[in-house]
Design a protein around this ligand. Structure first.
Ligand code: XIL
Length: 346
């Protein structure tokens, strides 16, 4: 089979660190990972503050796009790892860990897979090849992979419409493709931690019951799943209960799983974007999540879905805005101060 693989060969120079201690120094001292999603678009790369602020604030980074199936295998047998190479090298050059995101996700399926009309057996081979190639390519350099993303529906059932992938299960119980994905990833990089990642499963409820049941079953079957990622995209009016978070984190820990908060953000309705009360509420919610994480021994990482309010997916069409720790001018918000204070606490 002919295969084209594009990889970055050149030397990448990134300017020096901005001054001042960031969150990472405090996290480092307590053996904790603090991080965010990096967007590799022309405007972020042209922004002189963007990359240095990552290196100053975070000791773990996750790509917002460039490791997704659509980006890494845009055509059948054509792999493009150039942007992902850039990110991994940046992380290594700055002593940061990498979370790999994500191998199986119905919203990042390339057109050629979406349009695929072949048998479920050959579709299975396509997924196996993708996981084996991507995880193998970065072997030894990725702390944790989000192997499967968002495969559970809101009611806790396994989503039969999770893109083309459930079709692989024809003739088997739904969910076989999930177990396979973890096995293939493990074979390609036995030392990487393998995660199931989802939204809306942070607290007790139908969805988290479904994720819990799935992971319990996979663990009982000896499937190599090491962790659960709680995305923590929290809506402004969503009730968040400390007890519920804590109890939920505990039951997943008790399965022997590691927990990462993988994509936290908290958008503010546009008209309240500079309202001190709204910013204080945002700080409270960040504080609550990080506090429960720090108090749960198996919760080992806390990442936000972005770095600065200047660049966020929340602004891609929604009514909310300003969801992150730094404002559009890279100034720390109350939420940043809340995170910093907690990391400083013994
Ligand atoms: C989002 C990106 O931020 C957007 O730019 C893109 O259009 C869609 O994907 N859950 C996930 C992330 O696991 O991969 C998503 O990222 C946000 C929701």
């Amino acid at each position: 089979m002919k295969r084209i693989m594009l990889a970055a060969g050149g030397v990448l120079l990134v300017c020096g660190l901005a001054q001042g201690a960031g969150l990472r120094d405090l996290a480092q001292k307590r053996g904790f990972l603090i991080g965010g999603a990096m967007r590799l678009y022309p405007e972020t790369l042209a922004d002189p503050q963007y990359l240095p602020t990552f290196a100053r604030e975070f000791n773990v980074v996750v790509p917002e796009h460039v490791m997704k199936f659509r980006d890494t295998q845009p055509k059948e047998n054509v792999y493009d790892f150039r942007k992902a190479d850039f990110l991994v090298k940046f992380a290594e050059d700055h002593g940061m860990k990498v979370r790999g995101h994500t191998l199986v996700w119905h919203e990042a399926v390339p057109d050629w897979v979406e349009a695929y009309k072949g048998s479920s057996e050959t579709l299975r081979e396509i997924l196996k090849d993708h996981i084996t190639t991507e995880v193998g390519y970065f072997k030894g350099r990725i702390l944790a992979w989000d192997v499967v993303n968002e495969a559970v529906a809101k009611d806790g059932s396994l989503a039969p419409d999770a893109g083309p992938w459930p079709r692989i299960d024809q003739g088997r119980a739904l969910g076989g493709y999930i177990a396979d994905a973890f096995r293939w990833a493990h074979a390609a990089d036995p030392k990487a931690l393998l995660f199931y990642n989802d939204w809306g499963a942070e607290q007790l409820g139908a969805k988290s019951d479904g994720v819990y049941a799935l992971l319990k079953r996979l663990r009982a079957q000896g499937v190599p799943v090491d962790g659960v990622g709680f995305q923590a995209h929290i809506d402004y009016d969503e009730p968040v209960s400390e007890d519920s978070l804590r109890a939920n984190f505990k039951r997943f820990s008790d399965l022997g799983l590691i927990i990462h908060i993988t994509e936290m953000d908290f958008g503010i309705p546009d008209k309240l974007r500079s309202d001190p009360k709204a910013l204080a509420k945002q700080a409270d919610v960040y504080r609550l999540f990080l506090k429960v994480c720090l108090e749960t021994p198996r919760c080992q990482a806390f990442l936000t879905w972005g770095l600065t309010d200047k660049y966020s997916w929340i602004d891609e069409g929604g009514e909310d805005t300003a969801p992150l720790l730094l404002d559009k001018d890279y100034r720390p918000k109350p939420a940043y101060a809340a995170v910093k204070a907690l990391l400083r606490r013994p």
